[in-house]
Design a protein around this ligand. Sequence first.
Ligand code: NOJ
Length: 557
Amino acid sequence: MSQQHSAAPAPTSAVEGRPDWWRDAVIYQVYPRSFADGNGDGMGDLEGVRTRLPYLRDLGVDAVWLSPFYASPQADAGYDVSDYRVVDPMFGTLLDADALIRDAHALGLRIIVDLVPNHSSDQYEWFRRALAEGPGSPSRDRYHFRPGKGRNGELPPNDWESIFGGPAWTRVTEPDGTPGEWYLHLFAPEQPDFNWEHPAVGDEFRSILRFWLDMGVDGFRIDVAHGMVKAEGLPDLGDHEQLTLLGNDVMPFFDQDGVHDIYREWRLVLDEYSGDRIFVAEAWTPTVERTANYVRPDELHQAFNFQYLATHWDAEELRTVVNRTLDAMRPVGAPATWVLSNHDVTRHATRFANPAGLGTQIRLAGDREVGLRRARAATLLMLALPGSAYVYQGEELGLPDVVDLPDEVRQDPAYFRGAGQDGFRDGCRVPIPWTRTGPSYGFGDGGSWLPQPADWGGLSVEAQTGEPGSTLELYRAALAVRRERADLGAGDAVEWLRAPEGVLAFRRGEFVCVANTTGESVPMPAYGRVLLASGEITEAAGEAKVPADTTVWWSAS
Ligand code: NOJ
């Protein structure tokens, strides 16, 4: 499989900007299949993204992270890659990727692509060869093949479970037709885990990094960045509780110290390239302190703060996680990386619409009005913290999760494998609405690969643009303020101010942020000029009333 690459010289990272731009950047996650459909086949694509870049520039983000668009049988929506250097025809071609990168740079936007190094697709050439060449062949060493336990090898080699549910091992039929060895897959069976002990794996990924760096990308989001190295001997978990993504001890398959050697090598590759390019880790570690290990000065630049994402709309919990994060990041000199939503969790407008404690996979609509109010307030709080922040497509429209998708349209492999931890991710992946009316609300001319709710026209970009108080205008205003004022994302600390129970108040220079997480309005001192608020503030005689579930930004000057 090969695609023509443009004859034009490879774009270097051409965005003018501050060095260390990423330390306080706001980065927008595009989930390509659900963002915009350029060719009307019902599936989003790179051309769709390219034509919507001006929207992202006007929204005020600094960079765009694209979930995988590489050749893939789509067993896990592209996180099962069968060729890392080819664009899947469903998303376009390498020429489309090239055009997207160039246009983004011309608009001052950087492009971050996804890298999936923990596993490949079972259709990746190496895995097909490993199956065909049989036990004992060198090609099997690039993955984790093992004989089974039991009299006839009928039991899996160890007791690990897949994140998507069921055993983390699948038995193969050997070329001679007999039941044979088992291979490890922490995710779906179509996603065999690479054996990172094998030098060819490292060589291949350094080459893949260079391929995309030469294409001009500004960085990589590393999928399952905590998973590539497994504990020596693949030990059983035994009585140890089987994983959930957060809140566990270090597992023999996650967050092993050996992953850091890989990142030190990758950093050397990245640093050969001009343009302040970055790595961001998707690393579900048990604590923010362990997350900080990924962003030591010679490793990665950012690591998503999933402890923050999983925090309830509760002032005390939020204060604790903010303090702990900033304390953990300060010694390694890395910024915090805040995030509230992505393509793997229930959107925060729906999480906050439900009672606390239901986790990050929720199938209930809850109280949508409360959820949206809290989501807007949570976003303003996030954007006031020191560090970088990620925004997931559609959250700027206040989209809720689609909780009532009929089972027959679902595509999440975790759903079909007994749910595991992530069974209901389709609800946050429904294509976003651009226009009030029309086929798929402007997503494309050919419908949408997941059905959109009937009321989504009212949430569309068109319906919210220029509408005072709309969530889209709130995001635009917040990002504009963040661009104007260095004091929002900068630094590594906040100065907490006294505040009633359930209220967070902090100062950063002349800037003050107050977030009321309670269901009642609270009186607060008016700290100066209101820069922005997620709800209606009333002020009189030096006092401000901050309504329930509302965040306010003030400037002393
Ligand atoms: C994390 C990705 O975000 C998720 O969508 C995917 O299913 C797993 N990694 C496996 O690649």
